[in-house]
Design a protein around this ligand. Sequence first.
Ligand code: UT7
Length: 330
Amino acid sequence: MPTQSTVILGTGSYAPERILTNEDLSKMVDTSDEWIRARSGIRERRIAGPEEATSDLAVEAARRALQDSGVAPGEIDLIVLATVTPDYPMPSTSCIVQHKLGIPTTAACFDINAACSGFIYALDTGCAMLSSGRYKKALIIGAEKLSSVVDWQDRGTCMLFGDGAGAVVVGLSETAGVGLIGTKLGALGEDTDLLFIPAGGSRMPTSAESIARGDQFIKMKGKEVFKLAVRVMEEAARDILEQHGLAAHQIDLVIPHQANLRIIDAIAQYLELPVERFFVNVDRYGNTSAASIPIAMDEARRSGRIKKGDLTLLVAFGAGLTYGSALIRW
Ligand code: UT7
């Protein structure tokens, strides 16, 4: 049986309406618009309302992806949702999304936690399951309500993160050489403490003491993460290009994880690519972790930055520290 390709049939994204600007933040912590823009490139981020959970953002993005693809909810037999901010520690947010979208109870549904690399991990997993022949159409989602785990008194982290969701519908195609043509995933497990949430898991169950210390919030060693991010994203990009016998200049568009404009600029420089070849929306959303790449991909498609036949490189890093890259031929 000839191998079938796994192709993206539609994309969608959603960000909550409320905009939190750098100016707004400067009234909450000792910071300024100038500092945040100079150090990160971020101007504003979206913040979900108290009534909105990660699944609500995911559902809206998934609805838009389904509509774009022309695939009905009844045809989906797999949901892989990447998040570090699930609605609940248990069960998985994908099950909530399944129910809200009316996706059949015969669909397999699970979450993946690979932090900001989560979408690439989910895409690789979902596509591998489709390639097995046991599933036909998958919803791959990256969704986060990071505002729920941000310490709004920590000026070193609170300006970075935002809420949002992105989704793709993936199916099989008989055409060779299109769709997801390769991935490279990995993790530097020794660097877990550079970016993590100490409490709320089995190591430190939530207690009055952990809450008093603020251990339910993101802790980050920004400078160390920055340096590793540049190194691992450059390597993940180079490795996948080499695996497929491609040179960087053959990539039409790079969609990097949107964490910091300076990180994106550094990678562009190391790969010797003009920064215009990179899709950037970190200025408007900040870092939305697993949602960042699918939101960017959807905006890139809808704004005409991706055309049929183009080659796109996705590249990400995140807590773990995880990393991943993927090549997509449209
Ligand atoms: O998906 C992965 C998520 N994480 C990341 O991608 C984070 C990667 N790291 C970064 O993006 C950068 O490290 C930051 C943007 C977080 C920080 O930029 P930086 O150039 O590494 O600054 P820094 O942490 O070294 O801080 C420099 C100074 C410090 O003051 P002193 O010690 O030099 O007096 C900070 O206290 O800036 C101070 N500072 C701030 N000042 C104004 C830290 N945060 C702020 C702030 N406003 N929000």
